[in-house]
Design a protein around this ligand. Structure first.
Ligand SMILES: [Zn+2]
Ligand SMILES: [Zn+2]
Length: 666
């Protein structure tokens, strides 16, 4: 096997000197369920496999979409030859329209249903001209660059038209299972191409990357058809309307619900954009067969008797804006819950959505509806294989090396144990994280130097990236509220009016007088101790004042005091209104009451040098050392604070953080 493809002679090649190894780099989908994104590299060729998104967790306020960090892809975009898509779930195609805004993907190969769904997303995002879409059929082989030949092998999963991949590379064949379970009686009759898997196993598979979602569950995952009789029973027993919620992309489940609607003589009203969209695409391509007359627009369905009505809608995950969630809050313009309704949750909550799902169920029950949910009802099965499915996959492919993917850490560990029980030595496996590089040669597997990985948060409604700072501010707003304060300060550094303090969403036991007093003190402290650094005398009439710096210092001072005194951490916004030099000073109340805070603090985070001699001459007379405090602080004479600026009371940061995570975990 030669390791040169003839184009890598130049020293400019980023992988120069490493051409003999295949590099596989998952940028998302590990230690999590979601945003599956994987890179295959050999020589100068880079091939992407899937590009999904994840949904935000609690605390990611106003974030609609979570994407993997794409720094690596943007930096290497010239080498991207193609993308391969395994199936049409959001955690595999949802990121593509966003990526196309940032870098080029010359061609995307994938199954018809996935490509049809992707096409719609790309049209919405206005990026249809950025790539070429090529649909594939089972057993099609596509060539990518000089290094990869990819065969699409039909598998079975909760969405129709799903594939595993056999990727022939210069170092050997890699099997990338994609999402799968072994369903021998699939709803659409498209069976798993087990023969083709076995063919590759027979020829020799160098490495397998396999779906770990249900690695903790023993046995086989039941076939999708298993839910049919249970749904049937609930339909038969329903007194009034039947309302079903599931993932729109669970094409087989939706197909069965429609089949049951026909059987029980119920017309179907669809709610939720993705439900309408996926059903339209799936019917158009022949993955669902049902007559047009089955569907009735939601506005007209109210004219039908309840016993002839079925509503199929989004909201199975308790998403706040989805149809069922709005109905449960009485906020839907067309549909109100009736006490005769039977509402069926034909999906299980994705980890992280459990609370919003149970809240939705509670609200629906309180409105008097019969709600059918939970494992015991047999109305949901997973689309991912359990341990025995995973063993069957290992048995068919017999890979030399093994990397569990698509799962949280404990799932990856459980899957590796399953593989060990099948005789794969632990030295031949890697448990990796997003950004880790798997380097494969014909006789070795090793972890290479990791590339940049992480998350990009998208505020889709505003089309912007939410960076860590914005997210922190939103968390502060949501959890501790906001304080705005207005300070009037003259250009020669004098407070000219009492500060105006406004609280929104701040819970505090402190009375407002105390808060304005503290605010005055912080302003006073900044003017007395920091003015020398913030205002430069340029020789003109008025000094050149760094007003942003003044605001920032006041905000920081007040923030520290509130953390210390009240254990709250609101967002603080200080506005400074400059007044002309010579405006009479506001005397304030600060002198009237003793201040019991410790000596002035270090301001290292401001990024400026700490005061040297300039401020030390100004006595801080308003701060008698009245209260007991840490020895170091007490020992430091207040007037010399500027020379001993490192005296700092520990922030109650740990407590605040813990409180946050407890709130999230609960
Ligand atoms: Zn999937
Ligand atoms: Zn998936």
């Amino acid at each position: 096997m030669t390791n040169q493809n003839g184009r890598n002679g130049s020293a400019a090649s980023p992988t120069n000197g490493k051409q003999s190894a295949l590099r596989v780099i998952p940028l998302g989908g590990l230690h999590e369920i979601g945003k599956n994104t994987c890179v295959f590299e050999y020589g100068d060729d880079l091939m992407m496999v899937d590009a999904g998104l994840a949904f935000p967790s609690d605390g990611m306020h106003g974030v609609n979409v979570v994407l993997p960090d794409t720094t690596y892809l943007r930096e290497n975009q010239k080498r991207i030859r193609a993308m391969i898509v395994t199936h049409g779930h959001e955690d595999h195609i949802g990121g593509i329209p966003h990526h196309l805004k940032n870098f080029n993907i010359p061609v995307i190969y994938g199954p018809r249903l996935a490509m049809s769904l992707l096409q719609g997303k790309m049209e919405e995002a206005g990026v249809t001209d950025r790539t070429t879409i090529q649909t594939v059929q089972p057993r099609d082989v596509v060539t990518v660059g000089q290094s990869f030949k990819v065969e699409f092998i039909r598998n079975t999963h909760s969405i129709a038209d799903s594939f595993s991949l056999a990727i022939t590379t210069p170092v050997g064949v890699v099997v990338f299972t994609g999402d799968f379970k072994f369903d021998h009686t699939p709803v659409d009759g498209e069976t798993f191409d087990i023969q083709r898997m076995a063919h590759y196993g027979e020829q020799g598979v160098l490495c397998m990357f396999s779906d770990s979602t249900n690695a903790e569950l023993p046995g086989f995952t039941p076939p999708e058809r298993a839910v049919f009789p249970n749904l049937d029973r609930h339909f038969a027993n329903a007194e009034g309307r039947v309302i079903v919620t599931t993932f729109a992309s669970s094409v087989h489940r939706v197909a069965m619900v429609l089949e049951l609607a026909m059987k029980h003589g119920r017309k179907v009203g669809l709610l939720g954009r993705s439900m309408l969209n996926v059903i339209a695409k799936a019917r158009e391509l022949g993955y669902m067969r049902c007559p047009d007359e089955l569907f009735v627009p939601i506005k007209q369905i109210r004219d039908l008797p309840d016993r002839e009505t079925l509503l199929l809608m989004t909201g199975s995950q308790g998403e706040p804006l989805a149809a069922l969630s709005r109905i449960s809050r009485g906020e839907h313009p067309q549909v109100q819950v009736k006490t005769t309704d039977t509402i069926i949750f034909s999906a299980s909550p994705i980890p992280g959505n459990t609370i919003s799902v149970v809240n939705t169920i509670d609200r629906l029950m309180m409105l008097g509806a019969k709600v059918v949910y939970g494992k015991g009802e047999g109305i949901h099965v997973s689309g991912h294989g359990s341990q025995e499915d995973q063993k069957l996959m290992l048995a068919l492919t017999r890979p030399k090396f093994f990397v569990p993917v698509h799962g949280e850490h404990r799932m990856l560990v459980a899957h590796s144990k399953t593989a060990q029980s099948m005789g794969i030595p632990s030295d031949n496996m890697l448990i990796i994280d997003n950004g880790d590089v798997v380097e494969l040669t014909p006789d070795s597997i090793r972890r290479g130097e990791a590339v940049k990985a992480g998350i990009e948060l998208l505020d889709a409604s505003r089309n912007g990236i939410v960076d860590a700072r914005v997210l922190k501010e939103r968390q502060q707003l949501a959890e501790d509220g906001v304080i705005t304060l207005l300070a009037v300060i003259t250009t020669d550094g004098v407070m000219a009016a009492p500060p105006r303090v406004n609280l929104r969403g701040v819970v505090t036991t402190a009375d407002p007088r105390k808060l304005s007093l503290w605010t005055e003190r912080e302003i006073g402290w900044v003017l007395e101790n920091r003015w020398g650094q913030l205002a430069r005398n340029t020789g003109g009439k008025a000094p050149d004042v760094d007003w942003v710096g003044v605001q920032r210092e006041i905000e920081l001072g007040l923030q520290r005091r509130l953390r210390r005194e009240l254990q709250v951490d609101p967002l603080i916004i200080c506005l400074v209104q400059p007044a002309p030099a010579g405006t009479p000073a506001y005397k304030g109340r600060a002198d009237a009451e003793p201040d019991n805070r410790p000596a002035p603090r270090a301001r290292r985070e401001v990024g400026r040098p700490v005061a040297s001699g300039a401020a030390s001459g100004q006595a801080v007379t308003a701060q008698p050392a009245a209260q007991p405090r840490p020895v170091a602080a007490a020992a430091a004479p207040v007037v010399a604070a500027a020379e001993h600026p490192i005296v700092e009371e520990p922030e109650p940061e740990g407590r605040i953080r813990r409180r946050r995570s407890a709130a999230v975990a609960g």
